[in-house]
Design a protein around this ligand. Structure first.
Ligand SMILES: [Zn+2]
Length: 307
């Protein structure tokens, strides 16, 4: 009688409190092994489908709500072969050419400032956010998050109109850019000066190397190609006191030996002139781009963005 005193008091208290699980509670308190074990079996089997609060033993001790914590979201490391879709646009000149120009090559490489502004306005309105090549590489290799609709804006050759015409518009629309520079052309008429280059770099424009003097790397001897690739990186880094980790093959020309040299020189990315916008760890040194050709219509510009 004395031993049953405490359980009976508990049962009474629960009854008074309007507890509905009387049968289960009595089974738990007074030892009905069959009932308890069958409930435990049910609990185990249904643990993923029903909340455990419906199980009888929980009514004996007032349930203390345990907050369900969502597991922390780790930064995913992409598996090799994971494809990142991000357009890398390729520009050259941002300048006006007379409509009757006979410079067909120059025309194909030139976008008028007004059209360039229309393109930037479209990109901004469509929700694109510019990222650097460094950001893109970091995402592809380490899973570092990118903003929605990432895009890289690249400008080849280091023409002075990048500073005069393109940069003010990029700033107006809140875009960054990557400029691939030909080291020995810097300071020559029509090209950026070192001072302008330093100012661009200090303002957040990413600087990439585009060889010493724009040679065709596919037909260079190995020592010459090595000099063009290694020295262009080293000179830019020394003069600008900043890392230079991305490279562009002049005219998109390269061989497997060239790609190997680019990797040995320490570049983490290199861009070609092949068309595309899908990138993987396997092609970080031969990344495809989307050329923005002179005279392109807005309709085709928009179509090309999809790769
Ligand atoms: Zn070039």
């Amino acid at each position: 009688m004395k031993m049953l005193g405490l359980p009976l008091l508990l049962l009474l208290a629960l009854l008074l409190a309007g507890c509905s699980g009387v049968a289960s509670v009595s089974a738990a308190l007074f030892g009905d092994p069959g009932t308890v074990s069958s409930q435990e079996g049910a609990l185990t089997a249904e643990a993923t489908e029903e909340p455990p609060s419906s199980a009888a033993p929980a009514n004996v001790v007032p349930p203390s709500p345990t907050p369900v914590q969502a597991p922390a979201t780790p930064v995913p490391t992409p598996k090799p072969g994971t494809v990142t879709a991000a357009p890398i646009l390729m520009y050259h000149y941002i300048r006006e050419l007379p409509p009757n120009t006979t410079d067909h090559l120059g025309y194909g490489l030139s976008i008028a400032p007004k059209l360039f502004e229309d393109e930037l306005a479209y990109l901004a309105g469509a929700g694109y956010t510019s990222v650097s090549m460094e950001d893109l590489v970091s995402h592809i290799t380490r899973g570092t998050p990118l903003p929605p609709k990432p895009i890289v804006l690249t400008f080849d050759d280091g023409y002075s109109d990048f500073y005069m015409a393109a940069w003010p518009l990029l700033k107006k629309y809140g875009f960054g850019a990557t400029a691939y520079l030909v080291v020995d052309f810097l300071g020559k008429p029509g090209y950026l000066s070192w001072q302008q280059t330093q100012e661009l770099r200090d303002s957040g424009i990413e600087i990439g190397a585009h060889t010493l003097d724009h040679v065709d790397l596919a037909i260079q001897g190995l020592p010459q190609a090595r000099r063009q690739i290694f020295d262009s990186r080293q000179i830019l880094q020394q003069r600008l006191n900043a890392p230079v980790n991305t490279f562009a093959y002049p005219s998109g020309r390269y061989t497997t030996s060239t790609v190997k040299l680019v990797g040995e020189a320490g570049f983490s990315s290199a861009v070609t002139t092949a068309f595309g916008e899908r990138h993987t760890t396997a092609n970080l040194l031969t990344l495809a781009r989307i050329r923005v050709s002179g005279g392109i219509s807005m309709l085709n510009f928009i179509k090309n963005l999809a790769g």
